[in-house]
Design a protein around this ligand. Structure first.
Ligand code: NAD
Length: 296
């Protein structure tokens, strides 16, 4: 945690710094593996179409792989590629023993069934952790699961901020998506937290959020969570990334009204620079874990 330069009361949870620690650990381990003559871990990234945001995400992922000593392969398919083109590529990557992790950048063009694609990735190479087998293993508390990167990043940040004090805390997760809300809730439960999940149909959502010692917000609504939703002293993780216009200029804001919530919380993640950097760091961590599991 670092001092908050905005002079609000809450400490800033510095996602960039914690992500760098995760990346350093991964880099060090990859370095040891290769120094011992073992093969380099390899991540295959598949991008269908030319969505500008997806292109930026993929570029960043490939760059981070390079910095960590993880080999990467980029597979670009034209936007008009068929579902069976993509499934065929995944079959090849699943069979390739030199590829340890496979990531298909989402969203996919509308004519391709996302669930079918997710389920076509071999679970042991599913570094996004979206395959039902990995979701089931997370539910069952199995050690060999691959956990979705963003909620894993949230958990690492919470451990960093609270350490052993995580146990017994009331965590309220706002949002119930498969990629963030649900796995975040399961991970918090594993840490012996008491967990509530609230969402768009929840009644009295503000009152429930006010009970949280830890509030994890993954909704996709700019600045939905206001100061009066937050118990004084709570720890707030803001997963949201929303592009808005302020004073005629584009800006990124989270799902939490940062300035006013920072005056109430004890610690808070900024947007940008909070949960975001943790997601890529955890992707590399998952790639290394997938590699280790495949190497036995
Ligand atoms: P999603 O759209 O799949 O799910 C949103 C959830 O929020 C749903 O469960 C819905 O019930 C709930 N919700 C919607 N409106 C609500 C309301 N008014 N009150 C309470 N709950 C409400 O979204 P997602 O994929 O989980 O992503 C959520 C946000 O997190 C988005 O802003 C996304 O861009 C961001 N995100 C960031 C990262 C990162 O790396 N930082 C990664 C994934 C997602």
């Amino acid at each position: 945690m670092t001092e908050n330069p905005k002079q609000t009361e809450a400490a800033l949870i510095d996602g960039k710094a914690i992500a760098q620690q995760v990346l350093d650990e991964v880099t060090q381990e990859v370095c040891q593996l290769t120094a011992a003559g073992q093969a380099q871990p390899c991540l295959a990234v598949v991008l269908v179409g030319e969505d500008p945001a997806s292109q930026v995400y993929v570029r960043n992922k490939l760059l981070k792989c390079q910095q960590a000593g993880i080999q990467s392969r980029e597979h670009r398919l034209a936007v008009q590629s068929t579902e069976s083109d993509l499934l065929g590529l995944l079959e090849t990557l699943n069979r390739d023993p030199q590829v340890h992790g496979i990531l298909v950048q989402l969203p996919l063009p509308k004519h391709i069934d996302e669930q079918k694609v997710i389920q076509a990735i071999a679970p042991e190479k599913d570094v996004d952790g979206f395959h039902p087998v990995n979701m089931g293993r997370l539910m069952a508390g199995a050690p060999d699961r691959l956990v979705p990167c963003t909620p894993l990043g949230c958990l690492i940040m919470l451990r960093h901020t609270l350490g052993e004090r995580l146990s017994g805390k009331h965590v309220v997760v706002v949002g119930r998506s498969n990629i963030v809300g649900k796995p975040a809730a399961l991970l918090a439960l594993e840490q012996h937290c008491t967990v509530s999940v609230v969402h768009s149909r929840t009644e009295n959502i503000e009152a429930l959020c006010r009970q949280a010692d830890i509030l994890i917000v993954a909704v996709g609504r700019p600045e939905l969570v206001r100061a009066d939703w937050v118990k004084p002293g709570a720890v707030v993780l803001d997963v949201g990334i929303n592009r808005v216009e302020r004073d005629g200029k584009p800006r990124l804001v989270g799902d939490v009204a940062f300035d006013e919530v920072a005056a109430v919380a004890s610690a808070i993640t900024p947007v940008p620079g909070g949960v975001g950097p943790m997601t890529i760091a955890c992707l590399l961590r998952n790639t290394l874990q997938a590699y280790r599991q495949q190497q036995g």
